[in-house]
Design a protein around this ligand. Structure first.
Ligand SMILES: Nc1ncnc2c1ncn2[C@@H]1O[C@H](COP(=O)(O)OP(=O)(O)OP(=O)(O)O)[C@@H](O)[C@H]1O
Length: 380
C-alpha cells in the first residue's frame, strides 16, 4: 500500500554527534575532508543581504519544527533570467532545542554551505532573529517527486533510471567527502524547472569517518543496521536507494506497515514481495541494494559506487552527460513564472509575529546579546 501522506522523519539521539560541526570554527581538521570548501571559500553571500530585503510570497511546506517560505528579493529586477525568488527555511529555535536538534541544524548549515552539486539544492545565506534560524535556498518550483509519483502511481524503468541515476551521482559526490545523507525519500527530492531532481533537507546529513549510531531517518527507508543500532555509514544510503528504486517502480515501498514497529519487523525479516510485472534485471538491482549484509551491498563493496554505475540495469546511461544536465528529463513541470507555486500545497501565510526578523530588522549582535538560545547558532 502506498502511503499518501508525506512520511515524517524520526530521530532518537543515542550519542552526542556532529560535535565537530556545531563547533564555531568547524572542529578538528581530522573531521574535514580535504576537498570540501573551507570556511573562507564557502559560497554563502550574506554580505549586504538582510532578512528584511525579502518579502514573503507564500508557504511552500511545513516540517517538524518550522516551515519553508517562498520569498522574493525586493530590489531584484523583473528580469526573468535573474533569480529573485528563493525558498526560505524557517526553523523555530525553541523547537530545535526542545527536540534536541541543535547539532543537526548546525550540521545542515555547515554541510549545505560547503557542497555544490547540480542535483543538490543551493544554500545562499543563513540568518537568525530572536525566534528563528533561517536558511535561504534556491527555489525549486516543480514540487516533490513524492507528488509526481503518487499521481503517476508508478514509473517505468526508464523514468526510474533517470531519477535514480541522478540521486546516485549526488550520493557518490557526498560520500566522496565522507558525508552521509540519511534521509533519502521521494518527499525530499524536488523537481527543478527542467525536471531534474534536487536533493533537499540535509537535517540528518553528517560527516563520518566510519560509522555513527544515531537512530534517524524515515521508517520505510531505514537500513537493518540502523534499526539494530549496529553503527551505520554510507551503506545505509545505498540501502535507501534500493527502497527508492522499488517505490518508484512499484508505487509503494518494499517494507510497509501501519506502525513503525511493524515496518522495522518487515525490514529485519527481509522478505520482499515482487509484483509479477517486475522484470528480473530490476529485481536484481533492488536485491543488490537491499542486501542486509552491508559488506555485500551494492555500492559498499570493494568497487565502491562505481559498481552501481557498472550494473547492467544502468547500461546505456551517459553518466557525464547526465551530470552536465544534457539529457532530457522525463517530466517537465509546468511553471509559468519563477514564483509559480502550483506544485506546492497552498498553506496559510505565517503570522508576522512568528517571523519578526523578516518584518523588522533585528541586528545579529543584539540578538546574540539578549537571546539565551542564540549562542547555539553562532554561525547563522
Ligand atoms: N528549496 C525549496 N524549494 C521549494 N520547496 C521547498 C524547498 N525546500 C523545501 N521545500 C518544501 O518544503 C517542504 C519541507 O522542507 P524540508 O523537508 O527541508 O523541511 P523540514 O522542516 O526539514 O522537514 P522534515 O520535518 O520533513 O524534516 C519540502 O518537502 C518541500 O515541499
Amino acid at each position: 500500500m502506498a502511503p499518501r501522506k508525506s512520511r515524517e522523519a524520526i530521530d532518537i539521539s543515542r550519542v552526542r554527534e556532529n560535535q565537530a560541526l556545531s563547533h564555531p570554527t568547524g572542529g578538528p581538521e581530522g573531521h574535514r575532508p580535504l576537498k570540501l570548501l573551507e570556511d573562507e571559500e564557502v559560497h554563502l553571500q550574506k554580505g549586504g543581504v538582510k532578512l528584511t530585503d525579502f518579502e514573503v510570497r507564500g508557504t511552500l511546506g511545513t516540517g517538524t519544527f518550522g516551515r519553508v517560505l517562498l520569498v522574493r528579493h525586493r530590489s531584484s529586477s523583473n528580469d526573468p533570467s535573474s533569480q529573485s525568488h528563493f525558498a526560505l527555511k524557517v526553523l523555530r529555535k525553541t523547537e530545535i532545542v526542545r527536540l534536541r536538534q541543535v547539532e543537526h541544524v548546525n550540521a545542515e548549515r555547515y554541510i549545505l554551505s560547503r557542497v555544490h552539486h547540480p542535483f543538490i539544492v543551493d544554500l545562499f545565506a543563513t540568518f537568525q532573529d530572536s525566534l528563528n534560524v533561517y536558511m535561504l535556498m534556491s527555489y525549486i518550483p516543480g514540487g516533490e517527486l513524492f507528488t509526481h509519483l503518487r499521481r503517476a502511481q508508478r514509473f517505468t524503468p526508464d523514468v526510474t533510471r533517470f531519477y535514480l541515476a541522478t540521486i546516485i551521482l549526488a550520493l557518490k559526490y557526498l560520500h566522496s567527502y565522507n558525508i552521509i545523507y540519511r534521509d533519502l525519500k521521494p518527499e525530499n527530492l524536488l523537481l527543478d524547472s527542467r525536471g531534474y531532481l534536487r536533493l533537499t533537507d540535509f537535517g540528518f546529513a553528517k560527516i563520518v569517518d566510519d560509522r555513527t549510531w544515531t537512530l534517524c531517518g524515515t521508517p520505510e527507508y531505514l537500513a537493518p543496521e540502523i534499526i539494530q543500532s549496529d553503527g551505520h555509514g554510507k551503506a545505509a544510503d545505498w540501502w535507501a536507494c534500493g527502497v527508492l528504486c522499488y517505490e518508484m517502480l512499484v508505487g509503494y515501498p518494499p517494507f510497509y506497515d501501519e506502525s513503525p514497529y511493524g515496518i522495522y519487523e518487515k525490514i529485519l525479516n527481509g522478505h520482499i514481495h515482487w509484483p509479477r510485472g517486475m522484470d528480473p534485471l530490476s529485481r536484481s538491482l533492488v536485491r543488490a541494494f537491499l542486501n542486509p549484509d552491508r559488506t555485500q551491498r551494492l555500492g559498499n563493496m570493494i568497487g565502491g559506487p562505481q559498481d552501481i554505475l557498472d550494473h547492467p540495469w544502468f547500461r546505456g546511461v551517459d553518466w557525464d552527460a547526465l551530470e552536465r544536465r544534457e539529457i532530457n528529463a522525463p517530466i517537465i513541470p509546468h511553471t509559468s513564472s519563477s514564483d509559480d507555486t502550483r506544485h506546492f500545497l497552498h498553506l496559510p501565510f505565517p503570522p508576522a509575529a512568528e517571523i519578526p526578523g523578516l518584518i523588522q530588522e533585528e541586528t545579529t549582535s543584539a540578538i546574540q546579546r539578549f537571546d539565551p538560545i542564540a549562542y547555539q547558532f553562532l554561525e547563522f
